[in-house]
Design a protein around this ligand. Structure first.
Ligand code: NAD
Length: 409
């Protein structure tokens, strides 16, 4: 099943519950605009390199479109389409005044020098500058990109349109980025977990955790769950995995990764295969790397009782069926990892107002948004007697369909 087919299946389950007419389904599923561009630049050795970049703008009925830019070899139009649609549903679940978009370049950023990455990013921005903007479409970091990438996009865009910090979020704080943005996705996962566990009369500190991915999302999730008293028993990144049933020393691991660029070889841990991370003995699994890692074939091997989706689209609908049968609770990406886009929204609000928030205000407002979204989700779950993913899609599709109807054709 392709990512677009999987996302459409989640959408249709929600649309069935809402009795959405076919004409509205087609309108909501069809992207507003798909863009594919050639990005050529001179490599450090003087040769010419050409990569293909994409931006899919999915829906703008609730506000400007919003979504990350990914640099990864697997980026293609199908994946970008699915991720753009997920952004529409995600911004609706947490009730931000945004629509959804996504972009990326099919490349391996690890094989490019800093200078090459800058030239590639500037070329991509030159190709897109006419169709992105503060009130049109606002990119942000995703896999393989970071605050430096956003700084280059802002600078290149500003050459065409004048000083425009609000055209991207996830910028360095020195250039109008928000305090708390780096940690926001991990912090949002923590707030989502607190809501879920409170419903069960439990606390974050009562569980063990395994985390796939130790980049922005995975490493911040590890730090924040660890600070909240949770025991992190396994983590993996692209280079391999590590485990310790007694709990990993997360501050020391963060320092080890800063030095060596990988979790492998961390003192006081057993090596495991990166793929085996998903099947480790733990209470809570947090996929925070690639999409499509849990499917009908491997879902039965997962031992965790809870899955908090830090990554976008880590679970396909067949895996959801297995998890439901096995009593595994899945907190879906479009709620669990919405902390990133929520603090991106706070950053944009600060740029629009030209006014800075303290980090404490950012984190307090983030908690409020996540708690309100969880309360909204719980009400939908109760009304339809469905799982959390179906509740999240139903809440989101209802909000987007209502906005589309009110705006008219
Ligand atoms: P990142 O590039 O900072 O980190 C990615 C991590 O995944 C790295 O540690 C990498 O080594 C690891 N990884 C890659 N392939 C792997 C494999 N086969 N097995 C194990 N680990 C592997 O990316 P990120 O920003 O942390 O994003 C991770 C996921 O979270 C993506 O799905 C992204 O779309 C999603 N997400 C990110 C944000 C954000 O604010 N950055 C917000 C919402 C969702």
């Amino acid at each position: 099943m392709t990512p677009t087919q999987a996302t459409a299946r989640f959408f249709n389950t929600a649309a069935d519950l809402l009795n959405l007419p076919d004409r509205e389904r087609k309108q909501l599923l069809t992207p507003y605009r798909e863009i594919k561009v050639e990005c050529s630049f001179t490599r450090d050795d003087g040769s010419l390199a050409t990569f293909v970049g994409y931006r899919v703008q999915h829906d703008n009925s609730r506000g400007p479109m919003k979504g990350g830019i990914r640099y990864h070899p697997q980026v293609d139009i199908d994946e970008v389409n699915a991720l753009a649609a997920l952004m529409t549903w995600k911004t609706a679940v947490v009730n931000l005044p945004y629509g959804g978009a996504k972009g990326g370049i099919s490349c391996d950023p690890g094989q490019l020098s800093l200078g090459e990455l800058q030239r590639l990013t500037r070329k991509f921005t030159q190709r897109l500058h006419d169709v992105i903007g503060m009130y049109t479409d606002i990119p942000a970091p995703d896999m393989g990109t970071n605050s430096q990438t956003m700084a280059w996009i802002m600078d290149e865009y500003s050459k065409f349109h004048g000083h425009s910090p609000g055209v991207v979020t996830g910028k360095p704080v020195e250039l109008g980025g928000s305090l708390g943005r780096d940690a926001a996705t991990g912090r949002g996962i923590l707030f989502a977990a607190e809501c879920l566990f409170a419903d069960l009369g439990k606390k974050v500190s009562e569980f063990t955790y395994a985390i796939q991915g130790f980049g922005n999302v995975g490493s911040w999730a590890a730090r924040l769950f660890n600070e909240a008293g949770g025991k992190i028993v396994a983590v993996a990144d692209v280079s391999g995995g590590i485990a310790n049933a007694k709990g990993l020393d997360i501050p020391a691991l963060v320092a080890h990764v800063a030095k060596t660029k990988s979790v492998a070889g961390f003192p006081g841990s057993e090596p495991i295969l990166a793929d085996e991370l998903l099947y480790q003995a733990c209470d809570v699994l947090i996929p925070a790397a690639l999409g499509d890692v849990l499917n009908g074939q491997n879902a039965g091997r997962v031992k965790a009782r809870f899955i908090l989706e830090g990554a976008n689209h880590p679970t396909d609908p067949d895996a959801d069926t297995v998890f439901a049968a096995n009593g595994v609770t899945v907190v879906p990406d479009i709620f669990a990892n919405a902390g990133g886009v929520t603090v991106s929204y706070f950053e944009w609000v600060q740029n629009v107002q030209e006014f800075r928030w303290e980090e404490e205000k950012v984190n307090t407002e983030l908690r409020r948004v996540m708690q309100k979204a969880y309360a909204d989700l719980s009400a939908v779950r109760k009304k339809y007697g469905c799982d959390l993913r179906t509740a999240a899609f139903t809440l989101a599709v209802d909000r987007v369909a209502t906005a589309t109807r009110l705006r008219g054709i």
